[in-house]
Design a protein. Structure first.
Length: 241
């Protein structure tokens, strides 16, 4: 979990560095956007979009910034990705808990210690490395790690009914740990989904605003007859800049 937190911190620091570079607008732009109605409303084609608000919305809910900027197709894409990432994370966690319960039941059946007693992670690791508690304690005494010795009680005493079962148990435990470690990938996928959506919302907002500021030149000529009995034809010339 600590590893994931470190990765998440680095990703978010990088995200806000990118946002700072992408946002060429004053900070007051974001404050002005937040002072208005906080609900996500799509802008019309002629309105200017706040890149800061678009980025903030997408960092909170992936795709919301794009929806605010008038691109609803991105909302479906990023929300679908978010649902898949969270569903995978939850499924992975449930599977890990199932494997933990499985190897603990196996240990109770073949290592001969009392069930229903809370034990720390070190105990579940140690019993997979030694055939019984006496072999473990003897090794620790030789290495002079007396603080690691287990008291010989029904709660801590174990003796495997065979080396093969001990090795099988340890393989089950290691497999469960590998499954648990995969959660980092799903958590990182969630973080990246928010980050990418935020940057994409900035891109869309800036592109939209740039198009609004691009001067448009055009003209239109309309011909008309002043009335049914007149022989004259009038013209209107309209220039647009």
């Amino acid at each position: 979990m600590l590893k994931f937190l470190n990765i998440a911190i680095l990703v978010f620091v990088s995200a806000f560095s990118v946002l700072g570079q992408e946002l060429a607008y004053p900070q007051a732009d974001l404050l002005a956007g937040s002072s208005q109605d906080s609900s996500v409303k799509r802008v019309v084609s002629g309105d200017e979009i706040s890149p800061g608000k678009a980025a903030l919305l997408s960092l909170i809910i992936p795709g919301a910034g794009e929806y605010y900027a008038g691109k609803s197709n991105f909302l479906a894409f990023f929300l679908t990705t978010e649902i898949i990432a969270w569903s995978s994370l939850i499924a992975n966690n449930l599977y890990y808990k199932h494997l933990v319960n499985e190897y603990k039941i196996f240990a109770v059946q073949h290592a001969g210690f009392a069930p229903g007693v809370a034990r720390d992670d070190r105990f579940w690791t140690d019993i997979g490395k030694y055939d019984d508690i006496f072999a473990f304690n003897a090794r620790r005494e030789r290495e002079r790690y007396f603080e690691d010795l287990y008291p010989v009680t029904p709660e801590t005493r174990w003796r495997w009914d065979g080396k093969d079962n001990r090795l099988k148990y340890d393989a089950k435990r290691l497999h469960a740990n590998d499954i648990d470690n995969r959660r980092v990938y799903f958590q990182l996928a969630v973080v990246l989904n928010h980050l990418i959506s935020g940057i994409n919302a900035i891109r869309i907002a800036r592109k939209h605003n740039k198009q609004l500021k691009t001067p448009k030149v055009g003209f239109r000529i309309d011909a008309y007859r002043q009335n049914d009995w007149s022989g004259y034809i009038g013209f209107n010339l309209k220039l647009r800049f």
